[in-house]
Write a new protein. Structure first.
Length: 302
């Protein structure tokens, strides 16, 4: 019975963490500061919060430090921070719904990159899922919105796809991190983020912000990157893969609901069809029996 209660508790924590993750787009556009500065604050908050937990729980005493794994973690951190920056830049210029949908193409990028660089064999059904997601992307982007390469690279579509690519790289690199705890891994990665972004920060953007702006900024850092990570990592290893696979989709569902209900976003018919195609392909990709879903969801860091 204790195991059952433990699983229920873990499910609640995982569901809550995914639901809060889903509100990050809404929080981002309420902060009043650009993506780079917001990610910088997020890295500071996460480093302090999770670093404090790491010390408080005394996990730093049981860490196994290996040079190769630390270097891999640092490289993974670069892609993690770029993933955040690109996603937040996408939120700045287009709807949360479209941004999150394209961002969730990351598992498809993992399949493609694994085939190209890790010599993993791609099945016919995996190829079909990729084609379905590609068609969905084309419906969402729409050729009428992009008349040139410059339009695409400078638009939110480009930022969202770049964030998905960086997210995929984070997942692939994260597979090789097996000895470091989740807290030390995130602590290293967010510290790398602070160092990376510091030269590019325009501190003048913090002048004249309202109390509401600061509330959303600190919420993004402390709640979305601190408290949520604690809930996520604490529940991750106590749940079976099938449950994790289902709960991961609470994130985009909440994001889309907030965008349509509160921010009044209304997708066109073609965009709606594209969203359905993309999530259909992604769900199939993640829930295939041969996929190691736990490895993918373990890097679900938004």
């Amino acid at each position: 019975m204790a195991g059952d209660h433990l699983n229920v508790s873990a499910m609640i924590k995982m569901t809550l963490s995914m639901a809060i993750f889903g509100s990050i787009g809404f929080f981002t556009i309420q902060t009043g500061i650009p993506a780079v500065e917001l990610v910088f604050v997020r890295c500071i908050c996460a480093t302090l919060f999770l670093g404090g937990l790491w010390l408080l729980l005394k996990q730093h005493k049981t860490e196994i430090w290996q040079r190769r794994e630390v270097v891999r973690t640092m490289i993974c951190g670069i892609f993690l921070v770029l993933n955040w920056v690109f996603l937040f830049k996408a939120f700045e210029v287009m709807s949360i719904t479209v941004s999150i949908t394209l961002y969730n193409l990351a598992p498809i990028f993992v399949l493609i990159l694994g085939t190209l660089f890790l010599k993993e064999r791609m099945s016919f059904t995996s190829l079909a899922a990729i084609i379905v997601c590609f068609l969905g992307s084309m419906l969402i982007i729409g050729t009428q919105n992009v008349q040139s390469w410059a339009d695409f690279t400078g638009s939110g579509f480009g930022w969202a796809l770049l964030s998905a690519f960086c997210y995929a790289m984070t997942m692939l690199l994260g597979k090789g991190i097996t000895h470091l705890s989740a807290y030390s891994t995130t602590f290293i990665q967010t510290t790398i983020g602070i160092i990376m972004l510091l030269p590019f920060i325009d501190f003048s953007v913090f002048n004249g912000l309202t109390m509401s702006n600061w509330g959303y900024i600190l919420g993004t850092g402390l709640i979305h990157t601190g408290f949520v990570y604690y809930l996520f990592f604490d529940s991750l290893r106590k749940l079976p893969t099938s449950v994790i696979s289902a709960l991961v989709f609470v994130d985009p569902v909440v994001a889309i609901l907030l965008d349509t209900v509160i921010l009044d976003f209304r997708p066109t018919f073609l965009q709606a069809a594209g969203i359905v195609l993309i999530f259909g392909g992604i769900i199939y990709t993640i829930w295939k029996p041969e996929r190691k879903t736990a490895e993918l969801t373990q890097e679900k860091i938004v």
